[in-house]
Design a protein around this ligand. Structure first.
Ligand SMILES: Cc1cc2nc3c(=O)[nH]c(=O)nc-3n(C[C@H](O)[C@H](O)[C@H](O)COP(=O)(O)OP(=O)(O)OC[C@H]3O[C@@H](n4cnc5c(N)ncnc54)[C@H](O)[C@@H]3O)c2cc1C
Length: 362
């Protein structure tokens, strides 16, 4: 295994975890001229970044801290550039789709509409036809909410890493740190040690196993239902649950929020609950026969959903970009830029303080 970087050669970053957060951080640092090595204990983008629904907005952004919306909003133009660029260079289209979202939550037309007006975002009242709630149910249409197809995004990013000359070491778990005079200077893996100028922890729900960061696994279960391509046109959000229509007609039904364990099994209870939710909105009987897949993912849960981005105060040399909870896909591009700015000593465009690893957050 390669060892320490030379002072005359490009600076070397090791990234621990090849989810969307780790891979986008790696690409951003590579773009800034660093040599980058990424380690994942499994295959790239097979955990939360694969399992996620790919809605490119916090579900009901008015219920989240401003710091979450700041990163989400900053990511939208980055996705608009990234998705076609990945499709062109890798041949894998992540299917960035401006579906729009219809929000049916009771506070959408009051709190939600006011929040959109204050944020300068389009929001329109629209009646939905819902079998279970009478013929017409008022909702709030948010046309700026899009989606990305997560398994495709993951495959495209892994392909782009290789095209950009990032060393991607799959099936190579990081088990500890190399330290020198109190600084983290590399990683220990089963294949040996690897040293670098900086190490970045992006191990999602497993980050807390490697360093003292307040990140807990929060299991989410989803279903995929087979349907005709025109069956549902928009994302539908309703009290924490949602439907996402993919381009091929498949409808994702999500998701449960189950904190506290690394257990990745699916449960019959969640399947029944998600099916009941989908049936209530779509009105179709017999949806159970149309279920194509049922899966889980472990979100990297942080206390307030605000990710931790910056250098670890107790472990100099170790940088962190994790804890994105329910919004890691939408926040990942801007999180990567913020991390890269901090690592390179550039003043970030976004105020970094809400994301800092302050003693009060650790
Ligand atoms: C059901 C569900 C629905 C979701 N829907 C959305 C959505 O619609 N929109 C949205 O924005 N977000 C959504 N999310 C959240 C989003 O998926 C996550 O916040 C995001 O994917 C986290 O990315 P990550 O790169 O931090 O973690 P991960 O994708 O989990 O990647 C972490 C990586 O670290 C690796 N790793 C762990 N330990 C080690 C080790 N010791 N050594 C080496 N590698 C290691 C893992 O193998 C993994 O590949 C959803 C999540 C779930 C589960």
């Amino acid at each position: 295994m390669s060892s320490s970087s030379e002072s005359s050669s490009p600076r070397h970053l090791i990234v621990v975890g090849a989810g969307v957060v780790g891979m986008l951080s790696a690409l951003e640092m590579r773009r800034r001229g660093w040599r980058v090595s990424v380690f994942d204990r499994g295959q790239a983008a097979q955990e939360s970044s694969w399992a996620g629904g790919g809605i490119l907005s916090p579900i009901l952004p008015w219920h989240y801290p401003q710091a979450v919306w700041t990163l989400a909003q900053a990511s939208l133009p980055l996705y608009a550039a990234l998705a076609p660029a990945l499709a062109q260079s890798t041949g894998i289209d992540p299917e960035l789709t401006p579906s729009g979202a219809l929000v049916l939550d009771p506070d959408a037309l009051t709190v939600g509409a006011r929040w959109c007006a204050d944020a300068g975002l389009t929001a329109m009242e629209m009646d939905a036809i819902l079998r279970t709630r009478g013929p017409l149910h008022p909702g709030l249409l948010l046309p700026w909410i899009g989606q990305i197809r997560t398994p495709r995004l993951g495959r495209a990013l892994a392909a782009q890493l290789r095209l950009d000359g990032v060393q991607l070491h799959e099936h190579t778990a990081v088990t500890g740190w190399c330290e020198h005079h109190g600084r983290i200077v590399g990683v220990v893996t089963a294949a040996g040690e690897c040293r670098a100028d900086a190490v970045l922890l992006t191990a999602g729900a497993w980050s807390g196993a490697l360093a003292p960061v307040p990140v807990q696994p929060v299991r989410g279960q989803m279903l995929a239902i087979r349907a005709a391509p025109s069956r549902l046109k928009r994302i539908v959000l309703d009290r924490g649950r949602y439907l996402i229509p993919r381009r091929d007609g498949c409808i994702l039904v999500g998701s449960t929020v189950e904190p506290g364990s690394f257990d990745k099994h699916t449960t019959a209870e969640a399947r029944d609950e998600l099916l009941a939710f989908a049936t209530g909105l779509l009105g179709d009987e017999g949806l159970a026969d149309a279920v194509e897949a049922h899966w889980t993912g472990l979100r990297p849960g942080s206390a307030d959903g605000v990710p931790l981005i910056g250098e670890h105060p107790a472990l100099p040399g170790l940088w962190v970009n994790t804890g994105h909870f329910r919004n890691g896909l939408v926040m990942a591009p801007a999180s990567a830029v913020l991390l890269a700015d901090l690592l390179c000593g550039v003043t970030p465009a976004i105020d970094a303080r809400p994301y800092a690893l302050e003693p009060g957050r650790l």
